[in-house]
Structures are given as C-alpha cells and as structure tokens.
Ligand binder design. Structure first.
Ligand code: PGA
Length: 251
C-alpha cells in the first residue's frame, strides 16, 4: 500500500507572517487526516519559523530547491540540503518545471540535488513533465523518460525508496487546464513501468508518484481514484488553508 502524499508548493508567495498564519489555520483543518502525508513548501526564509510552529503536527515541511554542492563553501546565495535539514524541514522539491524553464535546471543538476538530499536524510520530490508542444508532437513519454533517466541516474534501490516523483505536465501548471485523470494515469503507469525496468519491480511498486498541474478541490477526487496516482503536488490551490485542506481531505 502506498500512502498518498498531498504537497503544497507555495512558490515565491507569502511573507513570513502570512506563511505562519496559513499553517496555523491549516493545522486544525487536517488534524485528523491520517490517510495521507501532508507537506507544505514555503520559501527558504520562512522554513525555520514554519517548522517550529509545526513541531509535533502531521504537516511536514519542504524546501523548493537546494544546492548541488553538499559541502559548505564559497557558493554565494546557495542553500545546501544539510542547511535545509537544519531548519527542521524533511523534504525538498527538485527540478520543478519553473526551475527547469527559467533557472537553468538540467537533468544533471536535478540528479546532483537529489543525491544531496538523500545524503542529508531528506526526501526528494523529483519533478518531471513535458511541455505542450512536446505532448502535441507525441513526444511526452520520451521527454519524461529522459528526465527520469537523468534525475535518477546511479540511484540505488535504497535511494529509490526515499524519493517521491511528481509528474507535472507543464501545460497544466497554473493554467487551470488539468490533465484528465486518464491522461495522468497513463503517464503515471508509464513512469512506473520505466522504474520497474530500471530497478526491481518491488521498488517500482512502492515509489509514490504525485500528479501536479491545476489540482483543485473539485478535481482531486477523480485524480485519486486512478490506480497509479498516489497524491498531488498543488500550487495555486495550496495557498489558501481552506482549499488546501479540502484537497487533503478528498476522501
Ligand atoms: P498549480 O501548480 O497547481 O498552480 O497548477 C502546480 C505546481 O507548479 O506544482
């Protein structure tokens, strides 16, 4: 049984006070939600304070990126996985399409960052997904397979047990245009097939694969009925505690 994960990616939203207010409002709304793991990803500057407010709660905290470098050094403006761990966070979102499109993230840096997270004892939420023109020209599976091969290069079976994959078709992010549950299921099944070719099928069966792209309270239920969809990575609808809690409590 794969325990679902509902993760909220706050992107570059919320000042410190707003981030704290949101989690304090969220906490009681999901206090009994034991059917899934709940993760929220604030900006770096809010990590530590949000983590302290959530100690002992059932909400886990993610960073939205980390450095490829693991050792401390002269890397101005970078934040290492170890430093993220030091704030109390437990997860890191890696390779989000906005990082790939606008901040020069490559499959190679995604791989290095994933390894850095695992070495620091953090869970990596590794994002993959095709652009609209790639889907329209029939290349979606090839693109996702290439991203996965790069991201997961040389990861061991025990590494694989500590990662989460998020399939986020770029054309569905922030557009209001969700992939249909069937489209998402098809890609999730494809991803699981690739994992089983790369690793033992035991691992492929246990890795959680989240769907992301315009997930809302209205569509989460249908997405979650699909066999290979193990949760969601939510952007816009995670910014309000109430709508995020509705997504968490989809059951
Ligand atoms: P969205 O974003 O839910 O606003 O489409 C998803 C994401 O970027 O992770």
């Amino acid at each position: 049984m794969r325990k679902p994960v509902i993760a909220g990616n706050w992107k570059m939203y919320k000042l410190l006070g707003e981030a704290i207010d949101t989690v304090m409002e969220l906490k009681p709304l999901i206090i009994n939600s034991t059917h899934c793991e709940v993760v929220v990803a604030p900006v770096f500057t809010a990590l530590k304070s949000v983590c302290s407010r959530l100690e002992g709660s059932n909400i886990k905290i993610a960073a939205q990126n980390c450095a490829t470098e693991q050792k401390q050094g002269a890397h101005t403006c970078e934040v290492s996985a170890e430093m993220i761990k030091d704030t109390g966070a437990s997860h890191v979102i890696i390779g989000h399409s906005e990082r790939r499109q606008f901040f020069s993230e490559t499959d190679e840096t995604v791989n290095l960052k994933t390894k850095a997270c695992l070495e620091s004892g953090l869970t990596a939420i590794v994002c993959v997904g095709e652009m609209l023109d790639q889907r329209e020209s029939g290349k979606a599976e090839t693109v996702v397979a290439t991203q996965l091969a790069g991201a997961l290069d040389s990861l061991t079976v025990s590494d694989m047990k500590r990662i989460i994959i998020a399939y986020e078709p770029v054309w569905a992010i922030g557009t209001g245009k969700t992939a249909t549950p069937e489209q998402a299921q098809e890609m999730h099944a494809f991803i699981r097939r690739i994992l089983s070719e790369k690793q033992e099928s035991e691992v492929a069966g246990t890795v959680r694969i989240l769907y992301g792209g315009s997930v809302k309270p209205e569509n989460i239920k249908d997405l979650m009925t699909q066999m290979d969809i193990d949760g969601a990575l939510v952007g816009g609808a995670s910014l309000e505690a109430k709508s995020f809690a509705e997504i968490v409590n989809y059951k």
